[in-house]
Design a protein around this ligand. Structure first.
Ligand SMILES: Cc1cc2nc3c(=O)[nH]c(=O)nc-3n(C[C@H](O)[C@H](O)[C@H](O)COP(=O)(O)OP(=O)(O)OC[C@H]3O[C@@H](n4cnc5c(N)ncnc54)[C@H](O)[C@@H]3O)c2cc1C
Length: 473
């Protein structure tokens, strides 16, 4: 059977379903093809389940320290089954929400694996999507514009195969029925660091192995250093500049053993399980790209500023195009593709201006260039770095670790980067992102009245401190 649509979206993750909604809002007839569950990685295997687990871990850790808040709680215990049940309930509720949005916007959802076909009797252009439905029947969706949003999946190291029992991907870890006593985390990027923080709060003995010289290699060096210090203070073992040797990995009744090569020798590590967090691989195979002129570069679909591939009526968004592999980038790209396909002129974005958040304890949030990146571009810098320690709201919360660092251009007064590690910083990084978007100066952000007592007061002070005008520091 053949159906015609203005827009067909291949992949129902956050990039895909956001594109579908925007296209429908602009009056287009829209179909979305999803082989699994609407919501994709973010909802089922990423942002939401991981943050639900992190919240339980954070609360558990806080309860263990409740005495310092004057609360005497005895016999605090963890019921990991209930932790998982709560996580699943949150995911299910949001999943229903996405399904409702499809109905509300009159988007036709096709369950099944989609594959793009070349020019055919249905259309002189490539881009028709053939859908293999669950009952084995095929149907064809013929679009005026196709938006590819097939996302990504966990990657492993060459020679290291994830077995789901001893060697886990983040997908496996999210569905663990019980916590291991110890875990080696291979990879100290965002996902690895979040798991390290969470598992350590749950009482798991954690060892992080990172190949780069520091954790979170994409973040400002001061932030990496502070994070490593704080994780170590909580009992997490961190090995940076350390290379896991895949050929040494052994699994069995005793758990996992492996060797790690460091500058000064080789280390033997062992744990109940190991979690592999070494990045994400785009889903670009088996979706029929060979039937089109769409180009792949370094494993990702190549697009222009409007998300168009080499075939102008075929767009691609989200993790499958690489760049900023974050949910909010995917949804923004989805909106851009839908708007462009509808003949609008969408608002673009610069990759470095997408806020980046890490939901470890304490949290990390940043936007713009790191100090090193800004210096490498030849900007003359003025920098302020203020600690949370003396801030009233941080003291009230009992969470005083971390700092806010603001990097500005000495000549133009532009805000080049804002880097925060500290309590709940992910909640107010958007203020810094807005300031960059509106090209505000640090002084202008400082003049914005920040309510007292809030954690965001420190951002206002740090902005003023760039020009030596902070009141409290
Ligand atoms: C553990 C973890 C934690 C994360 N935490 C955060 C976070 O806190 N904040 C954040 O911003 N980002 C986070 N991310 C990243 C975020 O989840 C992704 O950037 C985002 O989900 C990408 O969305 P997408 O729509 O491009 O792809 P996906 O969400 O991967 O969706 C792609 C969809 O396409 C479907 N599909 C693929 N091929 C086909 C086909 N041939 N036919 C039909 N359907 C197909 C898939 O089934 C999937 O549902 C996290 C990721 C992980 C793994």
């Amino acid at each position: 059977m053949t159906h015609n649509f203005d827009v067909v979206v291949l992949g129902g993750g956050i990039g895909g379903y956001t594109a579908a909604i925007r296209a429908a809002q602009l009056g287009k007839s829209v179909a979305i093809v999803e082989q699994d569950k609407l919501g994709g990685t973010c909802l089922h295997r990423g942002c939401i389940p991981s943050k639900a687990l992190l919240r339980s871990a954070e609360l558990f850790a806080a309860m263990k320290e409740s005495e310092s808040y004057g609360i005497l709680a005895e016999g605090v215990k963890l019921d990991f089954n209930k932790v998982q049940t709560r996580k699943t309930a949150i995911v299910d509720q949001l999943h229903s929400g996405v399904q409702y949005l499809m109905k509300k916007n009159k988007i036709e959802v096709f369950r099944g694996k989609g594959c793009i076909i070349g020019p055919s009797i249905f259309s002189p252009r490539s881009g028709t999507v053939s859908v293999e439905q669950e009952d084995g029947e095929y149907l064809s969706l013929v679009p005026n514009a196709l938006i590819i949003a097939t996302g990504s999946r966990p990657r492993s190291l060459p020679g290291l195969s994830i077995d789901g029992e001893f060697l886990l991907s983040s997908d496996d870890a999210l569905t663990m029925e019980a916590l291991p006593a110890s875990m080696i985390i291979i990879g100290g990027g965002v996902i690895g660091v979040e798991w390290a923080s969470m598992l350590s709060d749950f009482g798991v003995q954690v060892t992080v192995v990172e190949y780069a010289p520091r954790l979170l290699p994409g973040e400002d060096e001061d932030v990496s250093r502070e994070l490593e210090r704080l994780l170590k203070k909580r009992g997490v073992t961190v090995h940076t500049g350390a290379k896991v040797l895949p050929e040494t990995v052994r699994t069995g009744a005793g758990g996992v053993t492996l060797s790690v090569e460091k500058k000064n020798g080789t280390l033997e590590l062992s744990a109940d399980k190991a979690l592999v967090c070494v990045g994400r691989q785009a889903n670009v195979e088996g979706i029929g790209l060979e039937n089109t002129d769409v180009k792949i570069e370094n494993g990702f679909i190549r697009v222009n500023d409007f998300m168009q591939t080499a075939e102008s009526h075929i767009y691609a968004v989200g993790d499958c195009i690489g760049g900023v592999q974050l949910a909010h980038a995917a949804s923004h790209e989805g909106i851009m593709a839908a708007e462009h396909a509808a003949g609008r002129n969408p608002h673009g974005y610069a990759a470095h201006r997408v806020p980046r958040c890490v939901y470890s304890r304490p949290e990390i949030a940043s936007v713009g260039w790191t100090e090193r990146q800004a210096a490498e571009q030849g900007f003359e810098l003025k920098i302020a770095k203020l600690p949370f320690k003396p801030l009233s709201k941080a003291l009230v919360y009992g969470e005083t670790d971390g700092f806010i660092k603001v990097i500005a251009n000495k000549r133009s007064n532009d805000i080049l980067g804002v880097h925060m590690i500290g309590p709940h910083v992910t909640d107010f990084i958007s203020e810094a992102a807005l300031a960059q978007l509106l090209e505000a100066t640090p002084w202008e952000v400082g003049q914005t009245i920040h309510p007292h007592p809030t954690l965001s007061e420190l951002l206002g002070e740090a902005m003023m401190a760039v020009d030596g005008q902070s009141i409290s520091f």
